[in-house]
Design a protein around this ligand. Structure first.
Ligand code: NDP
Length: 287
C-alpha cells in the first residue's frame, strides 16, 4: 500500500516544483512541424512563431502552407519556411529532414502531427486503406525520426508525437486510425526506453488528446460523437510545453483523457460502455 502512495506523493511533488513555462525556452530553437497547414499543427506554428523559433512546416497543400509561413513571420518567427509533399512517400519524409539540415543547420524539436484522412464509420473492410493510413500516420513518423536522430542527438533535442485517446483505448468508427495511433505508442514508448538505456539525450513526448475543435474533426464527428471539443489553440500550446519540459506524455484535457484512462485497466468493460454512450448512432451508416 505504501509504495503506490509514495509514488503518488513523489508525482505530486514533481508537478508542484516544476518550473513555470517560459516562451524563451523555445526562442531560436529549430523546429519541424508536420501537418501544419491546418488544425493543431497550424496553431503550434503560430505559438512557436510568437516564441521566436526557426520553423519549418510541411503538409501537402502549398497554398495553405504559404499563408501559414506569412503569418508566422508576422508573429515574430526567427525564420519560417515550408516544404510541401505527401507523407505517403517515405522519400518525401526523409527530404523534409534533409531540408531542415540545409535550411536550419540542425534541429532541436521534431513535431510529428500530420494525419491522413480516413472515414468515420463502421470498419469497411478496406485493407488497402488501413495500409495507406499506416504509411502516413505511422511509418512516415518512424522514417522522419530515423533521419532526424543524428541532428537531435547533436542538439539534445526532442521528438513530439501527437496521438489520441483512440491510441490508448478502443473507440468505435475509427478502427484504421486507432490502429495507427496504437502503433505510435508501441514504437515510441519502446524507443524511449532504449534511449534511456543508451544514454541518448533525446526526449520523446507522446501526446494523448481528446476531441479538439479543428475543422476536420468537427466535420467528421460533431453529429455523431456527443462530446464538447476543446480549443485547438490551447491544445497546441500544451503540446509545445510538454515537449519543452521533455515530458514523457501529455494528456489534454485531463477530464477526457487521464481520468477515463484510470479505469481502463481495472474495469475495461465499464470504460467501453461509457465511451459507447457518447455516440448518436442515427447518423452512422452500416457497411
Ligand atoms: P487536421 O486534419 O486539421 O490536419 C491534418 C494535417 O495533416 C493537415 O496539415 C494536412 O494538410 C496534413 N496531411 C493530411 N494528409 C497528409 C499527407 N498524406 N501527407 C502530409 N500531410 C498530410 O488534423 P488535426 O489538427 O485535427 O489533428 C492533428 C493531430 O492531432 C493528428 O495527429 C490527430 O490524429 C491528432 N488528434 C486530433 C484530434 C481532434 O479532435 N482534432 C483528437 C485526437 C488526436 P494537407 O491536407 O495540406 O496535406
Amino acid at each position: 500500500v505504501l509504495v503506490p502512495f509514495a509514488g503518488l506523493v513523489l508525482a505530486f511533488c514533481f508537478y508542484s516544483v516544476r518550473e513555470d513555462f517560459k516562451p524563451e525556452m523555445l526562442q531560436g530553437k529549430r523546429v519541424i512541424i508536420t501537418g501544419a497547414s491546418t488544425g493543431i499543427g497550424e496553431q503550434m506554428a503560430y505559438h512557436l512563431a510568437r516564441m521566436g523559433s526557426h520553423i519549418l512546416i510541411t503538409a501537402r497543400t502549398e497554398a495553405k502552407l504559404q499563408k501559414v509561413v506569412v503569418r508566422c513571420l508576422e508573429l515574430g518567427a526567427a525564420s519560417a519556411q515550408y516544404v510541401s509533399g505527401s507523407m505517403e512517400d517515405m522519400a518525401f519524409a526523409k527530404r523534409v529532414v534533409k531540408e531542415a539540415e540545409e535550411l536550419l543547420g540542425g534541429l532541436d524539436m521534431l513535431i510529428l502531427n500530420h494525419v491522413g484522412s480516413s472515414y468515420f464509420g463502421y470498419f469497411n473492410r478496406d485493407i488497402e486503406h488501413v495500409q495507406k493510413l499506416l504509411d502516413i500516420n505511422f511509418l512516415s513518423y518512424v522514417t522522419m525520426t530515423v533521419s532526424a536522430l543524428p541532428m537531435l542527438k547533436g542538439s539534445g533535442g526532442s521528438i513530439i508525437v501527437v496521438s489520441s485517446m483512440a491510441g490508448k483505448v478502443g473507440f468505435p468508427f475509427v478502427a484504421p486510425y486507432s490502429a495507427t495511433k496504437f502503433a505510435l505508442d508501441g514504437f515510441f514508448s519502446s524507443l524511449r526506453q532504449e534511449f534511456v538505456m543508451q544514454n541518448i539525450n533525446v526526449s520523446i513526448t507522446l501526446c494523448i488528446l481528446g476531441l479538439i475543435d479543428t475543422e476536420s474533426a468537427m466535420k467528421a464527428a460533431s453529429k455523431v460523437y456527443m462530446v464538447s471539443p476543446a480549443p485547438k489553440e490551447e491544445c497546441a500550446l500544451e503540446i509545445i510545453k510538454g515537449g519543452a519540459f521533455r515530458q514523457r506524455e501529455v494528456y489534454y484535457q485531463y477530464t477526457s483523457t487521464k481520468i477515463p484512462l484510470l479505469i481502463r485497466d481495472w474495469a475495461p468493460g465499464l470504460l467501453d460502455y461509457l465511451i459507447r454512450r457518447n455516440y448518436n448512432l442515427e447518423s452512422i451508416k452500416e457497411n
